[in-house]
Ligand binder design. Structure first.
Ligand code: PM9
Length: 460
């Protein structure tokens, strides 16, 4: 039995609501067929509980909406830029800020200025857009996450850690001059939102410093990572989330950030760095791809809301509720025998499609089909995070075959209640009872880049 006292009530009151509706099962069957069995292609009006992503789906606070009215939309030198810059310096500790329209805008610029053709970019598991920009700039991504991260069944802390031996081996084999930088993601999205320990960050810093290799964080879910450190790593329980964040980022040279997640806003991102020369290069490119260095890809009002969001995100009550609400859904599913990635990570629960649908081979896209079937069963929209998301090897054209074949039920921040989580769990449990009826899929349209967004399928 789950102890409900472990799960704190929502640390907010609800001031504005958005009505959701459930369409009939027959309608959902039509909708998913017309969407080519890709949950990205469903209209949100046809979704009852939307767990596609935690990206840009945050509910902003009254203070953030008030900040929107404080937008200074000057083309140059907006006061909101200075507020955001100061907030990032204080809360994250990086010197320079380059605002972008979202995370991939920052990845685009960083990859262009920091990767020379043929250089290797070690990282703790790939992320779709991150690897895309690395490869587009002729970098070679190398996965140096610890092996355990690829095993859905292992319930151990800090599965996002970098394997230092793998990193050392790469440096020895390729030469430090052939490593562009280390990309250190906190948390690791595709491993199930798994955190990285402070100790590992410190060790990675120590190792790379010996060779003069830079470390860039993918800071997208850094606050969630900080919570896990406070909860689970020795020596950190008395430190504030804010202090933990500062220590984390002291082990890096900069970061890319999708503000649509842990900055609690709906749009925006940034690139940060301490190095003056790199900053000059980044500013030269931001005017090409985004906008003036003082707004990049964001409106003044959005920078203001982001500055407020960063401050709210480190409040303990907020982040404790956030992590525990996700855990609640995971524990409910586990108690019903549903195979999920363990332990439950920061931003969502990942259903293990290999064990849910053992009758469907990976080449027939079990997770893609499971996500489509869950939508029909319950009106809940999740997302495939498996072979379809992994795409093809650039050199050989063959499909990557990730060990993790999952459906991600991603929880937007401050949007849904525990009762919604109950409804989601009930839907998954019903589908599990009928799992043998789920069938594999094949492509009818496969885009060349980031195929998962717009691919279409049919039932085999
Ligand atoms: N993540 C997500 O749903 C949205 C795009 S993929 C459906 O998980 C990391 C760790 C991310 C991320 C986006 C980005 C890119 C970088 N790193 O979406 O461009 O999870 O703001 O950020 C998504 P943007």
């Amino acid at each position: 039995m789950m102890n409900l006292h472990e799960y704190p009530a929502e640390p907010f009151r609800i001031k504005s609501v958005e009505t959701v509706k459930m369409i009939s099962r027959e309608e959902r069957e039509r909708v998913i067929r017309e969407a080519g069995y890709n949950t990205f292609l469903i209209n949100s009006e046809d979704v009852y509980i939307d767990l596609l992503t935690d990206s840009g789906t945050n509910a902003m606070s009254d203070r953030q909406w008030a900040a929107i009215m404080m937008g200074d939309e000057a083309y140059a030198g907006s006061r909101n830029f200075h507020h955001l810059e100061k907030t990032i310096q204080e809360y994250y500790g990086f010197k320079h800020l380059v605002p972008t329209h979202q995370g991939r805008g920052a990845e685009n610029i960083l990859s262009q200025i920091a990767i020379k053709p043929g250089q290797f970019v070690p990282g703790n598991m790939y992320f779709t857009t991150t690897r895309y920009h690395q490869e587009r700039n002729k970098g070679i991504f190398v996965d140096v996450i610890r092996d355990e991260a690829h095993d859905a069944t292992l319930d151990i802390p800090f599965k996002g850690d970098i394997d230092l031996q793998k990193l050392q081996r790469l440096i020895d084999e390729k030469g430090a001059e052939n490593i562009a930088y280390v990309c250190l993601a906190v948390t690791v999205n595709l491993a199930g939102g798994q955190p990285v320990s402070m100790r590992n960050m410190r060790d990675v810093r120590e190792l790379t410093a010996k060779y003069g290799i830079k470390v860039f964080f993918d800071a997208t879910r850094c606050v969630e990572n900080a919570y896990f450190i406070k909860e689970q790593e020795e020596g950190y329980s008395d430190m504030s989330i804010r202090e933990i964040l500062r220590e984390m980022f002291s082990y890096g040279d900069g970061c890319t950030m999708s503000g649509k997640k842990d900055c609690l806003v709906n749009i925006g991102g940034f690139l940060c760095m301490n190095d003056e020369e790199l900053f000059e290069k980044a500013k030269e490119l931001v005017v090409v791809y985004e906008g003036m260095p003082s707004y990049g890809g964001m409106a003044g009002r959005d920078m203001e809301a982001m500055a407020v969001g960063i401050k709210e995100s480190v409040q303990y009550e907020y982040i404790e509720h956030r992590i525990k609400q996700v855990r609640y859904l995971g524990e409910k599913l586990k108690a019903a025998g549903i195979p999920i990635v363990e332990p439950v990570g920061g931003h969502g629960v990942f259903i293990d499609a290999r064990r849910f649908c053992p009758h469907i081979p990976q080449n027939h896209f079990p997770a893609q089909s499971l996500a489509a079937n869950l939508y029909v069963e319950s009106g809940v929209r999740g997302m495939e995070r498996g072979i379809v998301s992994a795409g093809r090897d650039k050199a050989t054209g063959e499909n990557h075959h990730p060990k993790l074949e999952t459906v991600r039920l991603t929880i937007p921040r401050r949007v849904y209640t525990y009762r919604h989580m109950d409804v989601v769990a009930d839907g998954v449990i019903r589908l599990y009872a009928n799992r043998d009826k789920i069938r594999g899929l094949r492509f009818v349209y496969e885009p060349k880049q980031l195929r998962f967004f717009t691919a279409r399928f049919e039932i085999i």
